[in-house]
Design a protein around this ligand. Structure first.
Ligand code: COD
Length: 308
């Protein structure tokens, strides 16, 4: 499969794949309903909607989504809806779980529950694939929304999760880095030391057949001109696919800057659970919400079929 370079290409691939089923927790919200409705109408996903039934029907009417043939599971409150959603995914009746109007913490705790949840063996982390005017391909960043101050081991898990997303997008040898403020290890900047440690680990093959170089500053990761001017010869420089960021602040600032300054759209997914999880941000556009559903469906197809 050719690497997917834009979100439009990703949607085209999703239409060609067998539809994955998305369990939407508290679907009684117009924005969520519009996104899932667009994905269903455009043959990119199927849905099961969980939450107060009247609210779901009202939201669907406002979103212009015909619920004929769509399964609705009534659940009055956040906790019940979250538990039901997770149960449906656990039992294999859906492939992806999505957060609607439910509070983030109720939703994540149902997923993380050791007995009834769908947590996998590793870290859960947020992976966002950006389509940004001014960059020549998708730019994958992690973690802007889940891990607040990740340890080194959690960052290792974050990169592994992002690599799965890259591979699901057809990027066989994702060029990856840990972005810092400097491109040489420097004791006074702990991130640069950590990035150098990640490079040592990458050299042992811990991340599979990716191309890894770090530390790199942001300009060097995305700009070949910057590499030339600064005389940096890096196999990742100017052509990065995946960027690991030091913490949620750095990643969230980059995420919001790519949207609000650079005009980017994105698809995002929480990886590391047994199924992809969609957790959109209120700041995401309708298109980005749709692309998050589509990205999660593409990742679910990749997981289920061990490749597309
Ligand atoms: N991966 C795997 N397991 C995890 C993870 C993770 N990322 N986070 C927590 N767990 C497990 C723990 O091992 C433990 O077993 C259980 O879950 C509870 O762990 P706590 O007590 O550390 O977790 P909480 O409840 O304090 O916080 C977990 C959250 C994901 C809710 C927390 O990290 C958080 O609030 N993240 C930011 C979410 C957010 O607000 N995002 C939107 C704005 S950017």
């Amino acid at each position: 499969m050719e690497p997917i370079r834009t979100l439009e290409q990703m949607k085209k691939i999703a239409r060609e794949l067998p539809s994955k089923r998305v369990a939407v927790v508290r679907a009684d919200e117009v924005e969520t309903m519009s996104a899932i409705g667009s994905a269903v109408k455009d043959d990119m996903a199927d849905a099961v909607l969980i939450g107060p039934e009247n609210g779901i029907r009202e939201a669907a009417e406002k979103a212009g989504f015909d619920l004929n043939g769509v399964e609705i599971i009534h659940a009055e409150d956040d906790k019940t809806a979250s538990i039901k959603g997770v149960e449906i995914v656990r039992s294999g009746r859906a492939d992806v779980i999505m957060k609607g109007l439910v509070a983030t913490s109720s939703f994540l705790h149902a997923i993380l529950d050791r007995d009834t949840g769908i947590r996998g063996p590793g870290v859960l982390s947020h992976v966002a694939a950006f389509d940004v005017p001014g960059y020549h391909k998708l730019l994958i960043i992690t973690d802007a929304a889940m891990n607040i101050a990740p340890t080194f081991d959690q960052k290792v898990g974050m990169l592994k999760n992002a690599v799965i997303v890259a591979k699901a997008l057809g990027i066989e040898h994702p060029k990856s880095t840990y972005v810092c403020a400097k491109e040489v290890p420097y004791e006074k900047m702990p991130c640069t030391m950590e990035a150098a440690r990640m490079k040592e680990l990458a050299d042992t093959g811990e991340f599979g057949d990716i191309i890894f170089d770090a530390p790199l500053a942001m300009d060097l990761a995305v700009s070949a001109d910057a590499c030339r001017i600064k005389k940096i010869d890096s196999p990742v420089g100017g052509d990065v696919d995946i960027i690991v960021l030091p913490d949620i602040e750095a990643a969230n600032v980059l995420y919001k800057s790519l949207i609000f300054i650079a005009g980017g759209e994105l698809g995002a997914v929480i990886m590391g659970a047994n199924n992809p999880v969609v957790l959109t941000s209120r700041a995401d556009s309708a298109e980005s919400k749709l692309c998050s559903i589509v990205l999660s469906a593409v990742v679910a197809s990749y997981g289920a079929e061990g490749g597309h």
